[in-house]
Design a protein around this ligand. Structure first.
Ligand SMILES: *[C@@H]1O[C@H](CO)[C@@H](O)[C@H](O)[C@H]1NC(C)=O
Ligand SMILES: *[C@@H]1O[C@H](CO)[C@@H](O)[C@H](O)[C@H]1NC(C)=O
Length: 378
């Protein structure tokens, strides 16, 4: 179904529509404007366990359509299905967006580190990498170090990492050996959804295999990317998106049209919804234990942290404005902003003090780091 939608979606490109039209427009001053600047530190850190936020030179990410910002700005023009409806608004992605004045993690870091490298900008047609259906050569220069691909499953992370490593090694602005890099990884939703598809034989990626795949990936990063901190995002109960949207006439109509891909098969059955949520929470438990094993190592060149921000999130308490009107599924800009603030806040807190739930009306203050603030690795 999704493929059909995509094929339609690619047509208008040939008719001359330019992705340039969709670049974000600057709107706000920095939310950190009230935070005092950090005087430079006396001596640079020699370990990832002693990082101030302005020690990060490179921001990068692996992940799926959420990290790619799919549909974040909603329908730009026309009704679904159309070209605009499969845009990835990478410039506003919570973890990687670099559009001017977007409230995103890279822009928050850049307030303290002018020459931060890696953020993705603008919008363009979706780059699809869905398990074995993963055509090469889709990355655009504006993706920068945002290696996320829409549709990506855990098995696609190796492919994404290969792109990222090449990018890190060839970017003139990156000192590959010496620059500190922050890599956000957010994956698992598509694995949980895919298992319900009849053509998958109803095989869900087991928590054991998920853990093995993530561990193998992390080892590959540790061996190949010097001075890296990996921030693993925990997943959320995807079924809640159903709770928020199923009564809404617009969303029901969209879903019934069969033109959007959004875990529909799982949404239709209460048993599958619970199964999917349980699976994602098991993935989360695995991420927590992976973090523990890296902490025990205290490798000065590599650390793994886990961000539980989404673990207990209650999407049914959010509003439809936080979901994209492209598919009533993906986060809209407003949601990306809430996530960016939460991820930023959690970076400076140890596991037991991190937020494991966030709501749009929390009015989370923007955290101002001080001289002493470190990215917490415990
Ligand atoms: C997520 O789903 C699991 C499985 O149904 C449930 O045990 C848990 O309480 C849910 N969490 C939230 C925040 O709804
Ligand atoms: C940071 O350190 C400098 C020099 O040690 C000091 O003057 C300044 O007040 C400190 N600022 C904060 C926010 O701690």
């Amino acid at each position: 179904m999704y493929l059909r939608c995509l094929l339609l979606a690619f047509l208008p490109l040939a008719l001359g529509a330019s992705p340039q039209e969709y670049f974000g427009e600057p709107s706000r001053t920095s939310p950190l404007a009230a935070c005092p600047p950090l005087p430079p530190r006396a001596s640079p850190p020699d370990s990832v366990y002693d990082l101030r936020v302005d020690d990060i030179k490179v921001i990068a990410a692996l992940g799926d359509s959420i990290t790619a910002g799919l549909g974040a700005k909603g329908i730009v023009r026309g009704d679904p299905p159309s070209f605009e409806n499969t845009m990835e608004d990478r410039g506003v992605s919570f973890s990687m967006g670099g559009d001017p004045a977007a409230l995103t993690l890279p822009n928050l870091i850049q307030h303290y580190r002018r020459d931060l490298v890696g953020a993705s900008t603008g919008s363009h047609l979706a780059e699809i990498c869905y398990g074995p259906w993963c055509p090469p050569f889709q990355y655009r220069p504006s993706d920068n170090m945002n290696a996320a691909q829409s549709g990506a499953m855990t098995s696609n992370l190796e492919y994404e990492l290969t792109y990222l490593i090449t990018r890190l090694r060839t970017d003139q602005a990156v000192d590959f050996e010496n620059d500190f890099k922050l890599i956000t990884i957010f994956i698992g939703n598509n694995d949980a959804c895919f298992g319900c598809e009849p053509f998958s034989g109803h095989t869900y990626l087991s928590p054991e295999l998920f853990e093995m795949a993530i561990r193998a990936l992390l080892e590959k990063i540790r061996f190949n990317v010097p001075r890296a901190v990996v921030n693993l995002m925990m997943g959320f109960n995807v079924s809640q998106v159903w709770d928020l949207t199923h009564d809404d006439p617009y969303c029901s109509k969209l879903r019934n049209s069969g033109l959007v891909f959004e875990c529909t098969c799982a949404f239709l059955s209460p048993i599958l919804r619970t199964l999917m949520d349980t699976l994602i929470q098991s993935y989360n438990d695995r991420l927590a234990s992976i973090m523990k094993s890296y902490q025990n190592r205290q490798d000065p060149g590599f650390a793994v942290i886990v961000d539980p921000l989404l673990k207990n999130i209650r999407i049914q308490d959010w509003t439809l404005e936080h979901l994209s009107n492209v598919d009533c599924f993906h986060p809209a800009v407003q949601a990306h902003e809430v996530l960016a603030k939460g991820v930023w806040y959690n970076l400076f807190r140890s596991s037991e003090d991190k937020l494991n739930v966030v709501a749009p009306d929390d009015e989370l203050p923007i955290w101002c780091p001080t001289n002493e603030s470190r990215i917490m690795m415990t």
